[in-house]
Design a protein around this ligand. Structure first.
Ligand SMILES: Cc1ncc(COP(=O)(O)O)c(C=O)c1O
Length: 385
């Protein structure tokens, strides 16, 4: 048997050779890469609120939510969140990853077909895998392809004996694009599948009061027909945690079967206190949302005018496509040296390397200009190597 550490070393050597080695580092520079889209992670009112709550006792949650880890503040946050996004009930869990992973593990099974956008987040794909369900990929955003797969399955299983689930993100974090939600909902009506929609990167920014993309694109009855909506507290809310919005019966079911909820320590009590406060701020941040979207559109225009290749982003996430991993790392290192925190995103996170520029509401037009200027300079530098 091969020695474990020799095997590990070999794996690392191969990762390094492909320019795919990763390491944790402290951050510095202007934020062009985080998911703190509304700037709440560093918002002074949030900090003040945090300080006013510093005598919360016990500080730790001490156990899972089904034992001693549950607090009234968690339940209050769940109610406030469900009512904010006009859902019946919500379940707070420790992370967005836990939410997707645990949800799919809970609702899917080996006799079930799960249709997933090819670029869905790892937490979704891993949840399907752990459930042992039959995974059917459809091409990214290609609802025509999804339709043809559903039609094919209807021919094989005309009585729809096997459950069908469709899962997609409403805004893809590595491409900044979105599926046509209207078409998705009409497919749901026609084919009767269970729908899971992950609003992780859209919540806080799109729709009235930042309630999410579904509120921008769908009618109230269509929103109500979505079986599960998944959110994270780790992006626009500036914290950490995950939340699933569903029917009360859906929540009861998850509380009883979702292993990553049942067998894990509850989030810190402080989290739900802060999350309720963050939610109350979010509703009145229209100016910040406007600034964010206007910066995004200016950045995209400027990048295109200057010959950079970007994805078909329709959002504040603006990935610049770069030819090689080495080049992406070179660009990112240069920009970081200039005080601009831009990161290279490489396989296996994405299939082709890119600089994922994610904008936040605290940025200014001046910082966008600086970013483009430095990008032009680093491209020159790279081309002259
Ligand atoms: C679409 C999507 N869903 C879920 C998650 C996981 O959320 P969290 O970071 O809160 O674990 C992510 C993380 O980036 C994500 O991009």
């Amino acid at each position: 048997m091969a020695d474990h550490w020799t095997e590990v070393q070999k794996k690392l050597d191969s990762i390094r050779e492909k320019q795919l080695f990763r390491e944790t580092r402290s951050y510095q520079g202007i934020d062009f890469c985080s998911n703190d889209y509304m700037g709440l992670a560093t918002n002074p009112s949030m900090l003040e609120f945090f300080q006013s709550k510093k005598d919360i006792y016990p500080f730790g949650s001490t156990a899972s939510r089904l034992v001693r880890g549950n607090t009234t503040s968690m339940e209050q946050f769940e109610s406030a969140f469900a009512s904010f996004v006009e859902g019946e009930a919500a379940l707070l869990v420790s992370t967005g990853f836990t939410a997707n992973f645990g949800l799919l593990d809970s609702i899917a099974a080996p006799d079930c077909y799960v249709f997933t956008d090819r670029l869905n987040h790892a937490s979704i794909l891993d949840g399907i895998r752990i459930a042992g369900a039959k995974k059917k990929y459809y091409n990214h955003l290609d609802l025509g392809h999804l339709r043809s797969l559903l039609e094919k399955l209807d021919l094989e299983d005309p009585t729809r004996k096997n459950k069908r689930i469709v899962v997609t993100e409403s805004l893809f974090s590595m491409d900044g694009d979105s599926p046509d939600l209207k078409t998705l909902l009409s497919l749901k009506k026609e084919f009767g599948f269970v729908l899971v929609l992950d609003e992780a990167h859209a919540f806080g920014i799109y729709g009235p009061s930042g309630k999410g993309l579904v509120f921008q694109d769908l009618d109230p009855s269509e929103i109500q027909s979505i079986d599960y909506r998944v959110y994270t507290l780790g992006k626009s809310l500036g914290l950490e945690g995950g939340i699933i919005v569903t029917k009360q019966i859906g929540r009861d079911h998850l509380v009883n079967v979702m292993r990553s909820f049942i067998f894990s320590t509850a989030p810190l009590p402080m989290i739900s206190e802060l999350a309720s406060f963050a939610l109350s701020l979010l509703g009145s941040m229209d100016k910040e949302r406007e600034n964010l979207l206007s910066l995004a559109s200016k950045l995209k225009d400027s990048l295109k005018q200057n010959g950079f290749l970007i994805t078909n982003s329709t959002s504040h996430i603006v990935p610049i496509l770069i030819e090689t991993e080495k080049q992406a790392l070179f660009y990112a290192a240069y920009l970081q040296e200039k005080g601009l925190d831009v990161r290279a995103i490489r396989p296996p996170t994405v299939s082709t390397p890119r600089l994922r520029i994610s904008l936040n509401a605290k940025l200014t037009l001046e910082s966008i200009h600086r970013l483009v200027e430095e990008l032009i300079l680093v491209r020159k530098k790279w081309n002259s190597l």
